[in-house]
Design a protein around this ligand. Structure first.
Ligand SMILES: Nc1ncnc2c1ncn2[C@@H]1O[C@H](COP(=O)(O)OP(=O)(O)OP(=O)(O)O)[C@@H](O)[C@H]1O
Ligand SMILES: [Mg+2]
Length: 492
């Protein structure tokens, strides 16, 4: 790591960094900052928690201090919470400049935002959807003077996931000057390299951290093989163990749906664990409030959907639990990257059912790491199994009585109307699609099962169902004659 001053940063900025505990540059900063200061476009790919934010914030502040005018820099990011975090970094590091920033994200008051935009802030940090709305609906601000366009989590902004940003990005790019510096950062840039190159046109400087693995060395990556029905009992057991063994701990649990997020939160609360949730069906103010309570350790456990998977920097997080195995290795990398940041240690534990083993293989192949089994006293899990499952069912019933699904449906319809689509027509289309998808899924599962069988036959890690009571390995014969309490299913 080299001295910050040797990289071309001014004394005031170096001093400001020192006050925040940043004395030497991390490799991504050391390599990307000089290129940015020279005026080049830049694409930086470095592991989670390696200081990519400061790698773009510092050169922008340096350039801004030389020739300040607004709006100087636009940062786009996929989530609202991340936008606030980035704006905070700009604010803290740019304090001596009297930096004016403005955050433009969905779920907050549009009129206030429009007013702030018209006051020409130096830096705008935005999620693409809301900024595109402002561009479409107002002419009270101009982005023609922008010198820097930054896409943090650039690959997510350009991929067509459940939230598709591409249309909004088109609207935004149209109002930006062609002559600008474009900076793209992510821990997983390489899959979308071609799309990214069409945005950073000027022979971008490309830097990727050289490492055999794609996750950090300080991260202890574990898995637990569990039948679906026993997952929650494992979860409660894991949290109980951490509570008993550590004084200073905080955990993020990732799950796949907003509903599951809500149910798990209710369930863990029923067991008196200080739990709070973060998902996209919550009101925005509630989302911010919950995250703030988790950051300040008022609540030690955050249950979140993938809305919290990228970028969030919360140093106290020592454990990440994947309640579902992520379907894509990329998502796994970002989720587990919420711990073991900036050289700290951390643990990730992924709950894996027999149907997810191929996903683990794919994660291992992609990250070039081998996940190790997490040792658990199965007897202890078995003891709480019934209580946990009954509690979960109670929470499900409670949630059903609050019209959670109805609210979700109404939110979806509102969104479709805003997008100018007919909700009923869309519902029909979706049902058709769902039918095709389910057929495809069944087909895929069948193939995966066959592949798994073949792999097992070749001596790879095996899913060995066994009885929790007698520890006898389950065979089709003994399962059928004497079902285990845990109801293992043997792939046929
Ligand atoms: N040079 C440095 N020395 C020490 N700490 C640093 C340095 N640069 C950044 N940090 C700290 O490291 C932490 C992680 O930084 P940051 O959030 O920028 O990571 P990232 O690379 O963007 O990760 P992710 O891919 O998860 O978004 C932050 O708390 C930040 O303050
Ligand atoms: Mg980041």
């Amino acid at each position: 790591m080299s001295e910050l001053s040797a990289l071309g940063l001014s004394d005031w900025l170096v001093k400001q960094c020192r006050q925040l505990g940043i004395s030497r540059a991390t490799p991504v900063q050391e390599n990307c900052m000089p290129a940015i200061l020279q005026g080049r476009d830049c694409m930086g790919c470095a592991k989670t928690g390696s200081g990519k934010t400061a790698a773009f914030v510092l050169p922008v502040l340096q350039k801004l201090s030389e020739d300040p005018y607004g709006i100087f820099c636009l940062v786009l990011t996929p989530t609202r919470e991340l936008a606030y975090q980035i704006a905070e970094q700009f604010r803290v590091l740019g304090k001596p400049l009297g930096l004016r920033d403005c955050i433009i994200v969905g779920g907050m008051d549009m009129v206030t935002q429009a007013l702030e935009l018209s006051r020409k802030p130096h830096v705008v940090v935005a999620t693409p959807g809301r900024l595109a709305d402002h561009i479409r609906s107002s002419n009270t601000f101009s982005m023609k003077q922008i010198q820097f366009l930054i896409l943090d989590e650039a690959d997510r902004l350009l991929e067509q996931g459940c939230t598709d940003f591409t249309k909004d990005l088109e609207v935004i790019l149209q109002v930006l000057p062609a002559k600008r510096q474009t900076l793209l950062f992510s821990a997983t840039l390489t899959d979308t390299l071609q799309e990214l190159k069409s945005i950073a046109l000027n022979k971008p400087f490309f830097w990727e951290s050289k490492s055999e693995t794609r996750t950090v060395e300080e991260l202890d990556q574990r898995y637990i093989l569990t039948p679906e029905k026993v997952k929650d009992a494992y979860l409660v057991h894991l949290i109980q163990t951490f509570t008993d063994e550590h004084d200073d701990w905080s955990i993020i649990i990732f799950t796949n749906t907003c509903k599951n997020c809500q149910i798990l939160t209710m369930m863990l609360r029923a067991f008196n664990f200080p739990t709070i949730s973060l998902h996209s069906m919550m009101k925005q103010k509630q989302r911010f409030a919950n995250l703030a309570k988790f950051k300040s350790s008022v609540y030690k456990i955050l249950i979140a959907t993938d809305v919290a998977a990228r970028g969030l920097d919360i140093p106290t997080v020592q454990v990440v639990i994947n309640h579902n195995t992520p379907g894509l290795p990329k998502i796994y990398i970002h989720r587990v990257g919420r711990t073991a940041r900036a050289g700290r240690n951390g643990v990730s534990i992924t709950l894996v059912t027999q149907y997810d083993i191929h996903l683990v293989h794919s994660i291992e192949e992609h990250t070039q790491t081998k996940l190790k089994e997490y040792p658990v006293e199965e007897e202890e899990v078995l003891q709480i199994l019934t209580q946990v499952n009954v509690t979960r069912r109670e929470c499900e019933i409670k949630l059903e009585s609050t019209d959670f699904d109805e609210k979700k449906e109404i939110n979806k319809r509102k969104q479709l109307i805003l997008e100018g689509k007919d909700p009923d027509l869309e519902a029909k289309r979706k049902a058709e699609l769902e039918k095709i998808r389910s057929q495809k899924k069944k087909f895929k599962e069948k193939i995966q099962e066959n592949i798994q069988k073949q792999k097992n036959a070749h001596g790879e890690r095996k899913w060995i169902p066994h009885c929790f009571h007698c520890h006898q390995v389950a065979t089709k014969a003994n399962l059928l004659s004497k079902p285990t309490q845990l109801g293992f299913i043997i792939p046929t």
